[in-house]
Design a protein around this ligand. Structure first.
Ligand SMILES: NC(=O)C1=CN([C@@H]2O[C@H](COP(=O)(O)OP(=O)(O)OC[C@H]3O[C@@H](n4cnc5c(N)ncnc54)[C@H](OP(=O)(O)O)[C@@H]3O)[C@@H](O)[C@H]2O)C=CC1
Ligand SMILES: O=CC(=O)O
Length: 323
């Protein structure tokens, strides 16, 4: 008999067929309490869980006594209680690598659009306000040859450093828990403490995961250290930045602009950020291209098959539980 799995995200037809070939699949809308109640029997039988978004915590695990593996269609896994999974010996699989370059492209797009006021001026032109040559009040600031600071020199940080240094001739600073030799040798990236990075960067770019240590790592005190001409880019996770402090800093001119792909609350339908012209706001599209989202879904399906077949070789968050 095929193992039962719960799918809580729709998949392209060919990937769904691959999942069906290996498993008996119950597709549910999401992991909300209503869905959990409605599909209690399927949850109780499931050995695998695949999808994205929604909390996977001890409460859900208690409803899934047969669960052996979770596969998230994302690289970030802050919505999973890894400790609770470890206690139950449930594998957690994710999708690093496949999305790295696309997310770095998104971050560079945020750097360029916030520095050159692309979205603000696009709206201005489309509102029919371009009736004479523009003056300095519409000028932006240069990106090339400036200093770009990266918080989190992991896979995405490295891909951003490559674009910034080799593409735009930028000086790269970074802050991470350990030294990244390759970033230094390939992109001349200099490791520094958070304070130095904030004081010296023209662009502060966040590609950090959300953890207890990174929660509100950037608050009012850190924003004050930034140059008034500096721009903050966040494509890591919203709660890494204290959003209320960011709004206050932008309103007070403590920093020049912000480019945000992630927010403390998502989806976000109303925010003081929306009325600030110097904010570029995106709906968490870091990896959202057709090619990359397909690749992520494909990796997630293969990850679940490998995990439930006992053939895990990569993409596992908690491989130690196999020892
Ligand atoms: N906006 C979007 O759509 C997307 C957002 N993301 C976000 O980007 C994050 C990063 O992805 P990825 O680059 O693949 O992950 P990696 O694990 O490769 O990189 C994470 C980096 O963060 C650093 N880091 C972690 N904790 C700390 C800390 N307390 N202080 C300083 N540095 C720290 C790590 O440091 P060290 O090297 O020292 O270990 C590492 O360099 C994801 O976790 C996710 O939240 C990812 C994809 C899409
Ligand atoms: O935010 C997206 C991810 O893959 O993590």
């Amino acid at each position: 008999m095929k193992p039962s799995v719960i799918l809580y995200k729709s998949l392209p037809d060919d990937l769904r067929a691959r999942l069906d070939a290996h498993f008996s699949v119950t597709e549910i809308k999401d992991l909300s309490p209503e869905s959990q109640q409605q599909h209690a029997d399927a949850l109780a039988q499931a050995e695998g869980l695949i999808g994205s978004g929604g909390k996977v915590d001890g409460e859900l695990l208690a409803k899934m006594p047969k669960l052996r593996a979770c596969s998230t269609v994302s690289v970030g896994y802050d919505n999973f209680d890894v400790e609770a999974l470890n206690q139950r010996h449930v594998l957690l699989m994710h999708t690093p690598t496949v999305l790295t370059e696309t997310v770095a492209d998104t971050m560079m797009a945020l750097v360029l659009s916030s520095a050159r006021r692309v979205t603000e001026l696009d709206a201005w032109v489309k509102a029919g306000q371009w009736n004479k040559s523009i003056g300095p009040d519409k000028f932006g600031i240069d990106v090339h040859h400036k200093t770009l600071g990266i918080l989190g020199m992991g896979r995405i940080g490295m891909a951003l450093a490559q674009r910034a240094h080799l593409g735009f001739g930028m000086k790269v600073l970074y802050n991470a828990r350990r030294e990244h030799e390759e970033a230094q040798s390939r992109f001349g990236a200099q490791r520094c403490d958070l304070e130095t990075l904030l004081k010296e960067s023209d662009f502060v770019c966040i590609s950090l995961p959300l953890t207890e240590q990174t929660h509100h790592m950037i608050g009012a005190a850190q924003l004050k250290l930034m140059k008034p001409s500096a721009i903050l880019i966040n494509a890591g996770r919203g709660p890494v930045v204290d959003e209320e402090a960011l709004i206050a800093a932008l309103k007070a001119g403590i920093l020049h602009a912000a480019g945000l792909d992630v927010f403390e609350q998502e989806p976000l339908t109303a925010s003081p950020l929306f009325s600030l012209p110097n904010v570029v706001a995106l709906p968490h599209i870091g990896s959202a291209t057709h090619e990359t989202r397909y690749g992520m879904a494909q990796d997630a399906v293969e990850n679940l098959i490998a995990a439930l077949d006992g053939k895990v070789e990569k993409n596992c968050v908690n491989p130690d539980i196999l020892k």
